[in-house]
Write a protein that binds this ligand. Structure first.
Ligand code: ADP
Ligand code: MG
Length: 628
């Protein structure tokens, strides 16, 4: 064994650099944080070759005095912490005093800085940790740090750097995080001399997100706000249709610092439960404010992870903030105006036959000539739509006159649960016998798949399966949260052949089955009898359902929590019990489905997150017909 010796300082720095400086993006992060701590209101980030050749950050912050230039690069040199207490109430981004020392030990750094009251600035060069003497230099107030040839003296680490685009991607990500947390600061990012982003000071968060992500996303974001005594949460959350396949678009900021946190991530997923497909992740931008002493930011070298003194409270506040908002928001997907471009639809899929019978073809009356007001026009369109729905052809005359065959599947498919099997159905137009202003007044089932309903200021197009699935899911969910699903005992038990493995799975899942209202008993070594089945699932075949349920139990065993499994099984139940696309519905079925739409939470999306309803407003229609 060799002799024990203390490491020389430059080696200590290099080792420390391994923790702080992983790649060019980490340098960008540390330097941006320093500029913010220095009170800069305008910061420019110039990058060359993904930061491998140059990272230059210029700010208009407080600057560093000539005397302190060298000190700033000494390890554990910081102006941000003076005494131990400060460590427990950190309000600055940096505090460890190791970033500049670490960066300078693995690159070639030049710093030029000037404080406001100095006549002249100073300039210092450090290469691989070796200082030159600081020299006077002309300089604007503020600091410019140039970091060249990162890892030039640690070839093993330089080899690990990725392609220029990859490194630039990481840099852009760090820039984005800082930009979102500091909307009052003017920020510019360039790469190889070309501007990537310029974000003016004082922009709204939504505008900034429009530039950094996309305008359609930014426009759809929903604001949230929740103010507890200890925890304040604000932010913007995306409606379900913007969900992504990964969680990268979940930005969490704690007291102005971007963090990653498992608990909060869980709360976010949980709050969107039932609104997204299983492999989709919500998009959210959350800003959490906590007293500095309620959180420890000193648990991670890059300070991206933190420790909360009360993580349960943070979890439940985040969950409530998002969930309450999602539940109180109409999430049905508005038709985009692009999707409505005339001619986007093939003739066969247009509701043409009814059109030809419409009593008032509103598109034929140009308002420029009639000179009517917007209100009058809307009123007239409403009336015309009512007439349009009323004026649907009687069954015998449902052939279109313009030669296009209508594609109503109901014309040939039998009517389900209606008593009069094999009766051809006309394109049905029916009136709901209720006077409630909220639910749609008139509706039409098309292609035995969609319901088109008239509302106060437009129309809804509803996917009957998706909506019914959501309705049943919510009913099941309500019953389960009150204990267990209501079970219907069967006079004659249905039986099911099972394998030994299935039998075992069934026994293991006894708890869950009980909650689901499924009663089974062994009925011989390889057979089980189903003695009770949830009453909500009266249209589902118990034996076939149980066989599928066993498949899920076996494929999921051990991999998921009981809570997740239950959720999955409720999902499956809702899907099986719901009417299918292609099912002709009776008046009663349609009425009750539409009525329930208004009573069910989250009716805008099916349990897998697909939309149930598309909204088309009169305004949009008018725009399409070029009437506005
Ligand atoms: P820390 O940020 O943890 O204090 P750093 O090594 O990042 O440590 O910086 C050391 C010190 O250098 C800071 O405490 C600050 O006083 C000074 N400093 C660094 N960057 C700037 C800057 N852009 N403007 C003004 N002062 C700076
Ligand atoms: Mg710092």
């Amino acid at each position: 064994m060799a002799k024990i010796a203390e490491l020389p300082q430059h080696l200590v720095n290099k080792i420390a650099a391994g923790e702080v400086v992983e790649r060019p993006a980490s340098v960008v992060k540390e330097l941006l944080e320093n500029s913010l701590d220095a009170g800069a209101m305008r910061i420019t980030v110039d990058i060359e070759d993904g930061g491998k050749r140059l990272i230059r950050i210029s700010d208009n912050g407080s600057g560093i005095s000539f005397e302190e230039l060298t000190l700033a690069f000494a390890p554990h040199a910081t102006s941000k912490i003076l005494k131990e207490d400060d460590l427990y109430s950190i309000a600055t981004m940096g505090f460890r005093g190791e970033a500049l020392a670490s960066i300078a030990s693995v690159s070639q750094v030049e710093i030029i800085s000037r404080q406001a009251d100095a006549i002249e600035g100073g300039r210092l060069e450090i290469s691989g940790g070796h200082h030159a003497e600081p020299l006077p230099s002309p300089s604007a107030v503020g600091t410019v740090i140039s970091v060249r040839n990162l890892f030039f003296n640690t070839p093993a680490r330089r080899k690990f750097l990725r392609a220029v685009n990859t490194e630039m991607g990481h840099i852009t990500e760090q820039f984005t995080r800082i930009a979102l947390a500091n909307p009052e600061v003017h920020l510019i990012l360039t790469h190889n001399g070309r501007k990537v982003h310029e974000l003016p000071a004082g922009q709204s968060l939504r505008d900034r997100l429009g530039i950094l992500f996309s305008n359609p996303l930014a426009q759809d974001l929903i604001p949230i706000e929740r103010n507890d005594r200890e925890i304040k949460i604000t932010g913007l959350i995306a409606p379900p249709q913007h969900a992504r396949s990964g969680s990268q678009w979940q930005y969490i900021f704690l007291n102005g610092r971007h963090i990653r946190d498992r608990f909060i991530g869980h709360a976010i997923r949980e709050s969107y439960r039932g609104l997204l497909a299983p492999n989709r992740q919500p998009v959210v931008f959350l800003f959490i404010q906590l007293a500095p002493d309620a959180v420890d930011v000193n648990v991670h070298p890059a300070k991206t992870e933190v420790r909360f003194s009360n993580s349960n409270a943070v979890h439940s506040e985040v969950l409530a903030a998002i969930r309450d908002r999602l539940l109180s928001t109409d999430l049905s997907v508005p038709v985009s105006d692009q999707a409505l471009e005339p001619g986007a639809d093939s003739p066969a899929s247009v509701v043409r036959p009814v059109r030809t019978h419409g009593q008032a073809d509103v598109a034929m009356l140009p308002d420029r000539e009639t000179g009517e007001s917007k209100e009058e026009r809307q009123q007239r369109v409403r009336q015309a739509m009512a007439d349009f729905f009323k004026g649907a052809p009687p069954p015998s005359s449902s052939r279109p006159v313009d030669g296009h065959r209508p594609s109503y599947r109901s014309q040939t498919s039998p009517v389900r649960s209606h008593g009069q099997e094999d009766v051809a159905m006309p394109p049905d137009v029916r009136e709901i016998p209720v006077s409630d202003p909220e639910p749609p007044h008139r509706y039409l089932q098309v292609h035995n798949t969609y319901l088109v309903a008239e509302t106060e200021n437009g129309i809804l197009i509803i996917d009957q399966h998706a909506l019914h699935e959501r309705v049943i899911y919510e009913q099941l969910h309500r019953q389960v949260s009150q204990g267990a699903l209501v079970c219907q005992r069967r006079l004659i038990p249905e039986t099911l052949e099972v394998t030994a493995k299935q039998m075992a799975a069934l026994e293991n899942a006894a708890d869950i089955l009980k909650e689901l209202g499924i009663l089974t008993e062994p009925f011989g070594p390889r057979t089980i009898a189903i003695q009770g089945f949830p009453s909500l699932l009266d249209k589902v075949q118990p034996a076939a359902f149980l066989a599928d349920l066993l498949d899920v139990l076996i494929s999921q065993s051990g991999n998921v929590s009981k809570e997740q499994l239950l959720h999955e099984l409720l999902d499956m139940m809702a899907c099986k019990a719901a009417v299918k696309a292609g099912d002709a519905l009776t008046d009663e079925e349609i009425c009750s489905l539409l009525a329930q739409r208004d009573q069910v939470e989250r009716s805008s999306n099916c349990p897998h997150g697909r939309p149930t309803t598309i909204r088309l407003s009169l305004d949009q229609l008018e725009k399409q017909f070029k009437r506005t």
